[in-house]
Write a protein that binds this ligand. Structure first.
Ligand code: CUA
Length: 322
């Protein structure tokens, strides 16, 4: 599935404090690079045209000139100055981003865990665990709300990148990194794992939903609620709890307590499955459970070899996990 329903994830369309600062720096870098490109391209084309072989000229080499202190000094000093300017501009942006975070505001803490090939989002202060779709509050200049992300990996190196919210940060096993975002416009934003991490690296998508405060509080309350226990789906729940599903997935309040795969307590609150590989519909859940590799080759979830009746029952149960 393409994320065509979301805005183009461009660093030139920022919606979050660090991303605005990075956008400005990107324009400076682009302008300097474009100017260098123009000068080099001009000199190259000029030399090709001006000194091309002309009819009637003999084949003798032109006069050879060796050594020119002034030219050599120029081509060392000018690039050095350019590099120093770019370094200072980058350093200033790094410090500005740190200063903006230190300026404070209410802070939501989220732990991001990179897995092959999906993202786990834990809200330690709220008791929420979800996957692949990050929900955070909108900030308001009058009442700032920052989200600080602690980035961890359980297997290999991943990289967390939501271009409109902040620059990319590597997610490294046994070395937590942090980043922060302060979204100033509500909406949904697209991100991607940005470090090759295996077969399904490309389908390690991130969706970020930025909510006004009241709407965010409603999302939190819904996520904190216990899982549905509708008696109508007791058979499906029994199949789910009776298979190996429970050793990888958690449904809070049941015996399913695995952590290797995504928490399913409120599975149906998510718009996609398989870290964005398909929309979260009844049909796709059926296809996914029958054989995840059909939708996402290489996915670490095995086909459980359930019968059609068992699959229908399990899907019926999952559909109640709102
Ligand atoms: Cu995770 Cu690429």
């Amino acid at each position: 599935m393409t994320p065509s329903d979301l805005p183009v994830p461009s660093v030139f369309a920022p919606v979050s404090t660090p991303a605005f600062l990075i956008r400005d720096l990107s324009w400076l870098m682009l302008a300097v690079s474009a100017a260098i490109f123009a000068v080099v391209a001009y000199l190259l084309v000029h030399a090709l045209v001006r000194f091309r072989a002309r009819r009637g000229e003999d084949d003798r080499e032109p006069p050879q000139v060796y050594g020119s202190n002034s030219i050599e000094v120029a081509w060392i000093v000018v690039p050095l100055l350019i590099v120093v300017v770019l370094f200072l501009a980058t350093a200033r942006t790094v410090f500005e981003i740190e200063r903006a975070a230190a300026a404070g505001g209410a802070t939501l803490r989220v732990t991001v865990v990179g897995h092959q090939w999906w993202w786990e989002f834990r809200y330690p202060d709220l008791g929420i665990v979800t996957a692949n779709e990050l929900h955070i509050p909108l900030s308001d200049p009058a009442e700032r709300r920052l989200t600080v992300l602690r980035l961890e990996a359980v297997d290999v190196i991943h990289s967390f990148w939501i271009p409109q919210l902040n620059g990319k940060t590597d997610v490294i096993p046994n070395h937590p990194n942090t980043m922060w975002v302060e979204p100033l416009r509500a909406g949904a934003y697209y991100g991607q794992c940005a470090e090759y991490c295996g077969t399904q690296h490309a389908n390690m998508q991130i969706r970020v939903f930025v909510h006004p405060k009241a709407e965010f509080d409603r999302w939190v309350a819904a996520q904190q609620a216990r899982a549905s226990e509708s008696p109508a789906v007791a058979a499906g729940r029994a199949v789910f709890l009776g298979t190996a599903c429970v050793s990888c997935h958690r449904v809070r309040g049941t015996a399913a307590d695995g952590t290797f795969g995504p928490d399913l307590t409120h599975l149906m609150s998510r718009t996609t499955i398989g870290a964005g590989v398909a929309r979260n519909t009844e049909e796709n859940l059926r296809r996914w459970i029958r054989d995840p590799a059909q939708l996402k080759p290489g996915a670490l979830m095995p086909a459980m070899n359930l019968t059609d009746d068992q699959i229908a029952a399990v899907v019926g149960y999952l559909l109640t996990l709102k």
